[in-house]
Design a protein around this ligand. Structure first.
Ligand code: XMP
Ligand code: MG
Length: 171
């Protein structure tokens, strides 16, 4: 696979969109404590940009997950200290593809952490690949059925550092 020459979303488009999402989130939660539950590692640039634009009482939890390659199961590898009981949780994801990872995480948090509510902010949404019906309450962009990289998203751990979104394609 090699990096495509095209760009799907530029740095400027990303900045503008994250501004809009943050404004909407600020409005919806209006100062109620909000725990951002960021899924490592892909969400890091989105998380960092988003959280600095939020003006309310924002707290942070980090979760590392394994999205199985067989596309059937997900599991949780690590959670930072995380008191979600009675608080509003906002899952911060890089991309929702089949929905398997997110579905697992939502159910896990509901059962194990008893939050007051759970919503999802996904930087990218690839609806054509969806296998499970999951909520995406705040969506950055919808992407076509390509393997997208950049702005935290990787192909074999590469390209996370690109400040824009592009894709990889067969050589
Ligand atoms: P599912 O299929 O469970 O996938 O919704 C979620 C996780 O799989 C990774 N993923 C991608 N990573 N480009 C990437 O760099 C992609 O096009 C892509 N699709 C899925 C990602 O970690 C996501 O959280
Ligand atoms: Mg991810």
């Amino acid at each position: 696979m090699r990096l495509a020459t095209g760009i799907l979303f530029t740095e400027k488009q990303i900045r503008q969109r994250v501004d809009e999402l943050a404004a909407q989130i600020d409005l919806d939660y209006r100062g109620q404590p909000l725990v951002l539950c960021a899924v490592l590692k892909g969400s890091i640039p989105f998380l960092a940009d988003l959280m600095r634009r939020l003006t309310g009482d924002v707290r942070l939890a980090l979760i590392e997950m394994k999205s199985q390659v067989d596309g059937k199961h997900a599991s949780i590898l690590f959670t930072s200290r995380l008191d979600l009981a009675g608080k509003h949780a906002l899952i911060v994801e890089d991309i929702v593809d089949t929905g398997i990872t997110l579905d697992y995480l939502i159910k896990h948090l509901e059962v194990e952490r008893s939050p007051a509510s759970i919503r999802v902010a996904a930087f990218l949404d690839k609806p054509t690949a969806r296998k499970l019906d999951v909520p995406v309450n705040y969506r950055g962009f919808t992407v076509p059925d390509k393997f997208v990289v950049g702005y935290g998203l990787d192909w074999q751990e590469r390209y996370r550092n690109l400040p824009y979104i592009t894709w990889v394609e067969p050589e």
